[in-house]
Write a protein that binds this ligand. Structure first.
Ligand code: NAD
Ligand code: 2YH
Length: 262
């Protein structure tokens, strides 16, 4: 699994402000409003305890600090524990955190200690980026292209199908594609077809560059993508006047937090 790097997290506040503006332009709602509409929850007076975790590849410089900046951006109080791991968890609970945020190399979770709700970053990220795509104000139909059907992409696809969208999907992993077809009834997308379909909404969740074929791009389409690096080139973005929502940590974290609020 790809790990975030300190470079991915540079200027997190500016990235969040830009993402908020992009979400507002695409959907008419800001990130918080999309979260409230999605989960029908709201913050109360929760304090978030952020516990650095040393296992596996260890502490990522600025990961915990970025999480603190993100929760403050969304108007919540929080703190980073002095000690990592089990000692940090103990301190977070003793110091009256209501929600714990912590991540190792595989799992990034939010756990609300008051109501027991727990969230995993991958599905929460997929669901909110899919929700943003589904709310595109300039959509020309209910057809959405989903590229990448892995741990982030598949929950996003399931969410779109549940909302009544027609999902066209692609993943070079045939097992994942077959699963999305059989479980969720999506239509396999074939970019090499003679008259490939164009989309006004694209949800991309891959760790690769240049995944979005030029033939799929409708003029002024929306690309909603958590993928790192970005799946569309600067050249194609300009050529098709593409609107883009893309941010490395904050949008997915907001989705996790709202999914564990009451
Ligand atoms: P994953 O490995 O489970 O899934 C990625 C999928 O993309 C794989 O199934 C792979 O076969 C597929 N893929 C590769 N090339 C493709 C192509 N050309 N067309 C279509 N599909 C292609 O990974 P994941 O956990 O789902 O994460 C996906 C991306 O999202 C990663 O870059 C990850 O770092 C990123 N991510 C971002 C955030 C965020 O907040 N921005 C949060 C979580 C994950
Ligand atoms: O970046 C990651 C993994 N890719 C899981 C996230 C799921 N999108 N984990 C962050 C590890 C943080 C580290 N243990 C720390 O600094 O606490």
């Amino acid at each position: 699994m790809a790990l975030l790097t300190p470079e991915d997290l540079e200027n997190i506040n500016r990235r969040l402000e830009e993402a908020d503006a992009a979400v507002r332009s695409a959907t008419g709602l800001d990130i918080t409003e999309v979260c409230k509409a999605l989960y029908k929850t709201r913050p109360c007076t929760e304090t978030v305890g952020i516990v650095p975790i040393t296992s596996g590849n260890g502490i990522i410089g600025s990961f915990s600090e970025s999480l603190l900046a993100i929760i403050e951006y969304f108007g919540l109080d929080g703190f980073i524990t002095e000690m990592p791991d089990v000692s940090g968890y103990y301190q977070a609970v003793k110091d009256e955190a209501n929600i714990i945020l912590m991540a190792d190399d595989n799992t990034f979770l939010a756990h609300n200690l008051e109501n027991g709700k727990i969230a995993n970053n991958q599905p929460c990220t997929g669901i909110i980026y899919a929700e943003i795509a589904s709310r595109y104000l300039h959509a020309d139909s209910k057809d959405v292209l989903a590229l990448g059907l892995g741990k982030v992409g598949l929950p996003g696809v399931a969410h779109l199908v549940k909302k009544g969208f027609n999902v066209y999907g692609h993943d070079p992993d045939e097992k994942l594609l077959e699963r999305a077809v059989s479980e969720f009834g999506i239509t396999p997308y074939a970019p090499e077809a003679e008259n490939p379909k164009k989309f006004s909404m694209i949800f991309e969740a891959t760790p690769c560059e240049n995944t979005i074929p030029e033939s799929a791009l409708a003029e002024k389409c929306l690309v909603s993508t958590p993928g790192i690096p970005c799946g569309i080139s600067e050249e194609l973005r300009k050529k098709y006047n593409v609107e883009i929502v893309m941010e490395p940590l904050g949008v997915g974290t907001a989705s996790m937090l709202y999914s564990v609020f009451d």
